[in-house]
Design a protein around this ligand. Structure first.
Ligand code: HDD
Length: 708
């Protein structure tokens, strides 16, 4: 049920759609082809002929079908949508698309960073969160991540951090994973990466869905109002479905069962009309407050705690249309944080400044030249009129003989523009009086205070997951010296964290930083380590996933109903109808695909069997009653399904007739917790839905560790 309600951008895209239905086959020059199976040969058993232009036409195109994948964020999924402004911020920004009530078409792409284009969605990784707003004043790109800080402070190190995390150059291993020597070698030498490394070792790096993650513009930007006054701003996307994760062991297994798990999830949600939504929030910092905080707002390894500067919601994005063609839209979309519209401007964040070169440069390479702006997905709704011409793949046909400025022969056109009496884009006239230096501000030198804030603001299960993630990753590092060096960094953040990870690695963390780490840090700050300033905030509930708005909904959650022939329809419907009322989905999984016969008579076509499905791809599990329980008792995959669901802390419900099946599983009497919902114990429907609203029962992990 893709939303076909057009917006101006999708109308523009639709003009390029080609439908081959009821058409004969032609070459690229439109010549009809009656045989697409055989090359032209000199005799039945003879060699092929060079004059076979039909074959050449086909193969020459095929030979060029691949373009370079993105050097980072190669793996991604996109969707069209609309952004609507719900609060008046005209006092801060003159951008037309930020005017109250304005609806702007958008295209949004989510991505992993390290893996190749064909890699798994469930890698432990940052997720890209890029939004292209097709505004009436030109395209504006907000190219962010699902983590509000970055590894490095200066763009000069970007190729280094990427080379370190990508597969190692000698053997191109491992794919889509940071758990290897070169990544931790780099991170352990760069104390500035400490804060972000905690975020990627947290559950933020293994989202349940793209639809259930926050997005951040990361850098501090500027909003500019009509009077030219600047206000610093941080952008936040807040998902309406809450912020949720999967368990790390699940992530690894999902990668095998369904490497397209996030892509499929986004596609299916939009296809079914469950349009995902995010509220756009801003943190506004008056220009006068630029230097007010214990951290530098230009430092991209720092966030501004929401307790210090609250996030104000200004609008909502709804994704409501899947692309018609992955390559034409999701692959060819070209994002660039260096593309602004009047009313928004850059700050001097050195990472942001460096990005301004890299994106257009990479699009010119990846998309084959300077006309990528003319691809349907990139074309501005605002149109373009300038004297740029020619180049590979040029589509527009400029009229007349003038392609320079100033000119008189073309009537002076295109002329210096005024839009509604306003000038076009004007850079903020910040006063700069400085000496050129190749270096870094001392205000960027405190690397651990916010890392500590992040760790100490997590709930106990979240902290445990971080410890487990560091233990996993560093166990995969072969060089003991690298493990030890990273432990020293963790010690600076929180000794309890370092000791817990050290215990899992069989190492004692050192209390001081490694000599090599110090040497590199002192290159940027000769007095490193500096005395850290007193932070304004030492606990930020907003940093934990557990407290996010939207947490209590079960909308679009998938519940596995484990059935077999003879299952009771009334037992199925009892929960199914209630779940659907709440917007969740019941998926019947049986011993085979095909027709399922109900105990009461009647049949249903089943699309999923134990052969293809696993508990890791579902949010919760229910075993209805009926004669099916006898068949399930003999089904090893059924038992495995329940056991895995239990290990991954999911809600598991049993109809009364199915309760005996528990004895076959690892859920012994001692382990029955509030997530194991038994019909005989009370109201199955309400209890199950309540547990599902809590997403997972992380407290069960403790029990498992002792008992298994
Ligand atoms: Fe970047 C892609 C996000 C720093 C250079 N980046 C890319 C994408 C996202 C980000 C979401 C994928 C865009 C898409 O979906 O097509 N990048 C970030 C964030 C950063 C960041 C949030 C820091 C706050 N990036 C960064 C730096 C540089 C780059 C410092 C280089 C100096 N990024 C690139 C790139 C990519 C890219 C090489 C690869 C493909 C592309 O641009 O279009 O130019």
């Amino acid at each position: 049920m893709n939303n076909k309600t057009p917006n101006k951008k999708t109308e523009m895209i639709d003009k390029n759609l080609i439908d081959n239905n009821s058409k004969g086959m032609t070459t690229n020059d439109g010549v009809y082809i009656h045989d697409n199976n055989n090359t032209l040969k000199a005799g039945e058993r003879g060699p092929s002929l060079l004059e076979d232009f039909i074959y050449q036409d086909k193969l020459a195109h095929f030979d060029r079908e691949r373009i370079p994948e993105r050097v980072v964020h190669a793996r991604g999924s996109g969707a069209h949508g609309v952004f609507e402004v719900t609060a008046d911020i005209s006092a801060y920004s003159k951008a037309h698309f930020l005017k109250m009530g304005t609806k702007t078409p958008v295209f949004t792409r989510f991505s992993t960073v390290a893996g190749f284009k064909g890699s798994t969605d469930l890698a432990r990784d940052v997720r890209g969160f890029s939004v292209k707003f097709y505004t009436e004043e030109g395209n504006y790109d907000l190219v962010g991540n699902n983590i509000p800080v970055f590894f490095i402070q200066d763009a000069m190190n970007f190729p280094d951090v990427v080379h370190a995390v990508k597969p190692e150059p000698n053997n191109e291993m491992p794919q889509a994973a940071s758990a290897h020597d070169t990544f931790w070698d780099f991170i352990s030498l760069m104390p500035e990466a400490a804060h972000m490394s905690l975020w990627i070792m947290s559950d933020r790096a293994i989202p349940r869905s793209f639809r259930m993650m926050e997005g951040f513009g990361v850098h501090t930007f500027r909003l500019i109002n009509k009077e030219g006054k600047s206000t610093f701003v941080k952008f936040h996307w807040k998902p309406r479905l809450g912020v949720h994760q999967v368990a790390w062991q699940e992530a690894q297994k999902i990668s095998g069962y369904d490497a397209d798990f996030h892509r499929r999830d986004l596609w299916e949600a939009i296809d079914k009309g469950n349009f995902p939504q995010w509220d756009l929030g801003v943190q506004l910092i008056p220009e006068e407050d630029e230097q007010k905080y214990s951290f530098d707002i230009l430092d991209p390894t720092k966030l501004i705690p929401e307790e210090l500067v609250p996030v104000q919601i200004i609008g909502t994005m709804t994704l409501n249309r899947n692309p018609e063609n992955f390559f034409a839209e999701t692959e060819q979309v070209a994002f660039d944080p260096g593309r602004l519209v009047p009313g928004i401007d850059f700050s001097n964040d050195p990472l942001l400044q460096g990005r301004m070169f890299s994106y257009a440069d990479t699009q010119n390479y990846r998309l084959g030249g300077p006309n990528f702006h003319e691809l349907p997905i990139n074309r501005p709704l605002a149109g373009k009129s300038n004297n740029q011409k020619d180049g590979f793949g040029r589509q527009d046909i400029l009229k007349g003989k003038v392609s320079y400025f100033p000119n008189s022969l073309g009537g002076g056109c295109p002329y210096h523009a005024l839009l509604n009496g306003e000038k076009g884009f004007e850079s903020h006239n910040e006063k700069i009086d400085a000496k050129k230096i190749r270096g870094r501000s001392i205000s960027f030198a405190d690397h651990f205070t916010q890392a500590r804030l992040f760790f100490q603001s997590q709930t106990a299960p979240e902290q445990k997951h971080i410890i487990n993630a560091f233990s996993f990753e560093l166990s995969k590092v072969n060089e003991v010296a690298v493990r030890q060096r990273e432990l020293a960094i963790l010690y600076q953040i929180d000794p309890a964290l370092a000791n817990a990870v050290g215990k899992n690695l069989g190492l004692d963390p050192s209390k001081s930083l490694d000599e090599l780490t110090l040497q590199f840090a002192r290159h940027n700050h000769p007095d490193y380590p500096i005395k850290a300033p007193q932070p304004e905030v030492t606990f930020s509930a907003a940093l934990s996933m557990a407290t996010k708005p939207g947490q209590g909904t079960i909308r679009t959650r998938k519940v596995a109903f484990l059935v077999a022939n003879g299952v009771s329809k009334s037992s199925v419907d009892n929960l199914k109808i209630a779940l659907e009322k709440e917007g969740a989905e019941a998926v019947l999984i049986s011993t085979t695909v095909g027709l399922l016969t109900y105990q009461e008579g009647g049949q249903e076509d089943i699309q999923h069997s134990y052969l293809t499905e696993a508990s890791v791809c579902y949010d919760a599990i229910y075993t209805p009653g009926g004669d099916s329980v006898h068949l399930l008792a003999q089904e090893p995959d059924y038992v495995q399904f329940i056991n895995e669901g239990f290990r991954h802390c999911k809600a598991i419900a049993f109809a009364k007739q199915a309760e005996n099946l528990i004895k076959l599983t690892m859920i012994t009497n001692k382990r029955i917790d509030k997530g194991i919902v038994l019909e005989s114990q009370g109201d199955l429907v309400d209890s199950f839905i309540n547990v599902l609203k809590g997403h997972r029962l992380w407290e069960r992990e403790e029990e498992r560790k002792v008992a298994v």
